[in-house]
Design a protein around this ligand. Structure first.
Ligand SMILES: Nc1ncnc2c1ncn2[C@@H]1O[C@H](COP(=O)(O)OP(=O)(O)OP(=O)(O)O)[C@@H](O)[C@H]1O
Ligand SMILES: [Mg+2]
Length: 242
């Protein structure tokens, strides 16, 4: 379970995230929607302990982010889309094993997990290629494998489908559903409303750093008198929204 309690981040004058509170339980996928600059990535980076909140806090399975950042870090996996952030000179396998070792896994377990994940994401044939020689989609799959190699309880996905072809997107989608079935707590931020509708149990809308609505798709449509998520989004967070 993941709980955000008035989580806030200011960058000098920019109030990037303002007192955001919500809870995501195990086995649930929570979608985070918002226009460019709404504060989605900043929120996820705080949850992954990469940024210190200005105020407020969050907890994972009751462990407080501010009090025990190291323990929280071990329970969280974060995947960014776009630039996969792999070490170019290491092979796919070495990237995954290295990260697993950083998270305290022993060498044999780390290697076993790397093989299993390569098989799950269909990149076994490239596992000993240096990351710099991999295609964009394969890099993204390796980054995905790396982000979950330590078997985190909370998974944060920030635009994970960017640059992936149709089949690979489906692989990632199926994988998220598997994680959900295993009872993992998942937050997904993606600009694609179809993916958000399809995968997310509840959706939160961030607008200028504030969480202005949260609920199931039905609840959001009903309370805003809209027919679909796109209408809800334009009404609450579109260019003309206040
Ligand atoms: N390191 C930083 N220093 C200063 N300002 C920042 C920093 N990171 C983010 N911001 C600002 O915080 C605000 C929120 O940015 P953030 O990246 O969280 O938005 P986002 O919702 O992820 O947007 P996008 O959909 O474009 O990815 C923006 O105004 C951004 O310019
Ligand atoms: Mg972002």
């Amino acid at each position: 379970m993941l709980t955000l309690d008035k989580l806030t981040k200011h960058f000098k004058d920019v109030k990037a995230v303002r007192e955001v509170s919500f809870t995501v339980t195990g086995g649930e996928i929570f979608g985070l929607l918002g226009a460019n600059g709404a504060g989605k990535t900043t929120t996820l980076r705080m949850l992954a302990t990469m940024l210190t909140p200005t105020s407020g806090t969050a907890s994972i399975e009751g462990i407080d982010l501010l009090k025990q950042p190291d323990r929280v870090r071990g329970c969280v996996g974060l995947l960014f889309g776009g630039d996969a952030g792999l070490y170019d000179r290491l092979t796919a396998r070495e990237n995954i094993v290295y990260f697993a070792r950083l998270c305290g896994r022993d060498e044999a377990e780390a290697r076993g997990r790397a093989d299993a994940l390569a098989e799950a994401f269909a990149f076994t044939e490239y596992i000993d290629f240096p990351a710099k020689k991999l295609s964009k989609g394969t890099r993204q799959k390796v980054a995905l494998a790396r982000s979950i190699v330590h078997d985190p309880t909370v998974m944060l996905f920030d635009e994970p489908m960017v640059g992936l072809d149709v089949t690979s997107r489906k692989d990632v989608e199926d994988f998220m559903l598997e994680l959900k079935a295993k009872g993992k707590t998942i937050v997904l931020s993606d600009h694609n409303l179809n993916i958000t509708e399809r995968l997310c149990d509840r959706i939160g809308i961030l607008h200028k750093g504030e969480l202005i609505a949260a609920g199931t798709l039905d609840e959001l449509c009903r309370s805003n008198r809209c027919a679909n998520l796109e209408e809800v989004f334009f009404k609450l967070a579109g260019r003309d929204a206040e």
